[in-house]
Design a protein around this ligand. Structure first.
Ligand SMILES: C/C=C/C(=O)SCCNC(=O)CCNC(=O)[C@H](O)C(C)(C)COP(=O)(O)OP(=O)(O)OC[C@H]1O[C@@H](n2cnc3c(N)ncnc32)[C@H](O)[C@@H]1OP(=O)(O)O
Length: 294
């Protein structure tokens, strides 16, 4: 599975990302906050609780902050699927902010069904330059190879000769233990969840347009990977005692999720964090999961 070093190092132009209380509350609702109990998670879904000075921000929102700087690995191409995602927050994100976001391709790897493209992004506070968050996004471009003209056409104009050797954003300490999980939590997903999640900025028609979804090989639109991931992130934080406690997370998307699916998160306590797996009907949809808490 050769890495193609000649494609590494492609950089996205730095972009600025602004957000405010409405964005963070919408994100919280889009990843299921308050669905089981509208009075739970109110700190994340309302801004005017007595004594509060704005909503708290779910750590998974870091993945929204960096989204704009990801190097385009296919855009709205029906062959592109989200394959893995990792993030680390370096400070609790404020309810309003302005970040400068940079991204670069740090891996291009041929697999049987396509090519995996890994993009690392960093968000710093646009005013102070303080590091806010890092993310590592992997997509699979199905039917593609690293050396093909299509991949070069997508990434080639942004090539740089000396690729950065970026450290991993999150390194799981090992595989998920084979013993029974320490805890399991059921996580129902509403049938209109993708319509809500797209309002956080990801308008890929794969998640809403039946004709586009069929061209991608699916009977109906599938849920945004980042929505499933956000559900898991919020649930893991809740299991740890506070949805805001999560500081880092890694997971692999192994099967598509459909809006309306009932998911289950299973967790195994580990050294310095928690292993997890998300399943639908006992089939993994998010696997190799690892989460760390502050
Ligand atoms: C723009 C879109 C946004 C979205 O939100 S899409 C929705 C969220 N994503 C999904 O629903 C995707 C769910 N996952 C899948 O459907 C599958 O997963 C893949 C199609 C991505 C790949 O599966 P397979 O066809 O089995 O892969 P292979 O080409 O046969 O290659 C197998 C090698 O690839 C590694 N691999 C498999 N899946 C992933 C993955 N998700 N991320 C990273 N690597 C993966 C394996 O380990 C193995 O590697 P080794 O050959 O070295 O043994």
């Amino acid at each position: 599975m050769a890495l193609r070093p000649d494609l590494l190092g492609a950089r996205a132009e730095p972009v600025e990302f602004f957000w405010g209380p409405d964005d963070v509350m919408l994100y919280a609702l889009a990843v299921g906050a308050g669905q089981a109990d509208p009075l739970a998670d109110l700190e994340f879904t309302t801004e005017n609780l007595e004594g509060s000075d704005g909503p708290r921000v779910l750590p998974g929102f870091a993945n929204i902050v960096t989204r704009g700087a990801r190097v385009d690995a296919g855009g709205d191409d029906p062959r592109v699927l989200h394959a893995e995602q990792a993030f680390r927050v370096h400070a609790a994100l404020p309810s309003s902010g302005r970040a400068r976001v940079t991204g670069s391709v740090v891996g291009v790897e041929d697999k049987r069904s396509g090519v995996l493209v890994r993009t690392r992004a960093e968000a710093v506070d646009a005013g102070t330059g303080a590091l806010l968050a890092e993310t590592l996004q992997t997509v699979m471009i199905r039917g593609e190879t690293a050396g093909s003209s299509r991949t070069r056409g997508t990434l080639g104009s942004q090539e740089r000769p000396d690729p950065p050797l970026a450290p991993a954003v999150v390194t799981p300490p090992g595989p998920i233990p084979e013993r029974e999980p320490d805890r399991r939590v059921v996580m129902p997903v509403r049938s209109d969840q993708a319509l809500l999640f797209r309002l956080t900025g990801d308008r890929n028609p794969l998640h809403t347009d039946p004709a586009f979804a069929r061209r991608a090989g699916f009977e109906r639109p599938i849920l945004h990977g980042m929505c499933t991931y956000g559900f898991a992130a919020r649930t893991l934080g809740t299991i740890a005692g506070d949805p805001g406690k999560l500081v880092a997370m890694h997971a692999r998307f192994t099967r598509p999720v459909l809006p309306g699916d009932e998911l289950e998160v299973a967790v195994w306590d580990g050294e310095g964090g928690t292993h997890f797996r998300t399943t639908r009907d006992d089939e993994p949809v998010l696997d190799q999961g690892w989460a760390e808490f502050g």
